[in-house]
Ligand binder design. Structure first.
Ligand SMILES: NC(=O)c1ccc[n+]([C@@H]2O[C@H](COP(=O)([O-])OP(=O)(O)OC[C@H]3O[C@@H](n4cnc5c(N)ncnc54)[C@H](O)[C@@H]3O)[C@@H](O)[C@H]2O)c1
Length: 339
């Protein structure tokens, strides 16, 4: 019996588009990559050739008008996401969209309304939920293994800052970097964030401050289940990508450490040391990028709701807005119906 394969069009052949395009083309037998589009035609052609895809172009509209296409992966720059979600939904295509949906709630709400009206599936690219370590932490909380959560700590530090040009267009640290941690916090706790107090600083590069952004932040979160937590961010940690979590519950704690390229330790007369953690998200989260797309494909083919919803995409932005407001006002911000 022939099983149906999901026909997928990729919009955006940049850094993350290449990761997703290659995963669909090589590692997800239930899906077939049938289109690659990028406004940069050379980028689209190069990725299409790499993935053996015949349909290539510069216009997302051509993908949306193609009846062969069941679903699109929106991997274009953030400022295009909300509009492309609206257009894809109107064309009846299922949608996987990279984070964040947008930086403002008006655009997000319009996009989510279009998805609702069309009845298509929408999954947001919070890939860290599909990381084996972090999903184990979620299981420990959801199953009651550590009983009632009390404290949560997320450490999320990049190995080095992005170029200033990127910082200027990123929407700021809370929407570009911490957005993953805001989602992780909600995912691990299984409830909403009710209050946010954020401190921000420029400690890595004054040019980041001159571009209007922060490079170092500490955020305190109060959750609807009564637990409290922190997120600790820095754009530079000289020892590499630092991605750790700890949760204390009434019946114990669970923590996950960094992932390393190997488990070797080197001992000599002065020190015992090991190699640095896996460097940055392409290496550290490779597996999670593949698993999140498998989850999307499975959800669409089986008609079940995606594991990361449009609401999740919206709420991470809401918490980011509260953090930004908290830094500006120097006081805690409650997340209520005003958001
Ligand atoms: N989940 C993650 O860990 C993760 C990691 C990296 C990037 N991202 C997100 O993915 C998105 C893309 O980031 P990136 O680092 O790949 O950026 P990028 O600049 O490398 O790639 C974006 C690509 O989209 C193309 N593009 C822009 N507008 C377009 C349009 N209207 N139609 C077709 N193509 C268009 C650009 O030419 C470019 O090739 C961002 O929203 C970013 O936040 C997520």
């Amino acid at each position: 019996m022939e099983t149906r394969r999901l026909k997928v069009g990729l919009l955006g052949a940049g850094r993350i588009g290449k990761v997703h395009g290659n995963h669909v083309a090589r590692f997800i037998p239930e899906a077939e990559l049938v289109w690659v589009v990028d406004v940069d035609e050379a980028a689209a052609r190069a990725l299409a050739a790499q993935c053996g895809v015949a349909k290539v172009g510069t216009d997302p509209g051509a993908v949306l008008a193609d009846p062969e296409v069941d679903a699109v992966l929106i991997c274009t720059s953030t400022d295009t996401h909300a509009r492309l979600i609206e257009e894809a939904a109107a064309a009846g295509k299922h949608i996987f969209c990279e984070k964040p949906i947008a930086h403002d709630l008006e655009s997000i709400d319009r996009a989510l309304a279009a998805v609702e009206k069309a009845g298509v599936a929408l999954q947001i690219g919070f890939n860290r939920r599909f990381d084996a370590n972090f999903s184990r932490v979620r299981r420990a909380i959801a199953s009651g293994e550590i009983a009632a959560p009390r404290l949560m700590h997320i450490v999320s530090r990049d190995p080095g800052p992005p170029p200033i040009e990127y910082v200027r267009r990123s929407g700021g640290i809370f929407f570009d970097m911490t957005i993953h941690d805001f989602d992780m916090a909600r995912y691990l706790m299984g409830c909403e964030v009710e209050e946010v107090f954020a401190y921000g600083a420029v400690r890595v590069d004054p040019a980041i401050g001159e571009a209007g952004d922060l490079d170092t932040a500490l955020i305190v979160l109060k959750f609807a289940n009564g637990a409290i937590g922190t997120i600790d961010n820095c754009r530079e940690a000289v020892y590499g990508y630092d991605q750790r979590v700890e949760v204390l519950g009434s019946n114990g704690a669970i923590s996950v450490e960094n992932n390393y390229p190997n488990t070797a330790t080197i001992s000599n007369g002065k020190t015992i040391h090991r190699d640095l953690p896996l460097n940055f998200f392409m290496d550290r989260y490779t597996e999670s990028f593949r698993v999140e797309l498998e989850s999307f494909v499975r959800a669409v083919l089986s008609g079940t709701p995606p594991e990361v919803t449009g609401h999740d995409g919206r709420m991470a932005v809401v918490v980011g807005m509260a953090a930004k407001q908290s830094v500006a006002e120097g006081k805690s911000v409650k997340i209520d119906s005003g958001f």
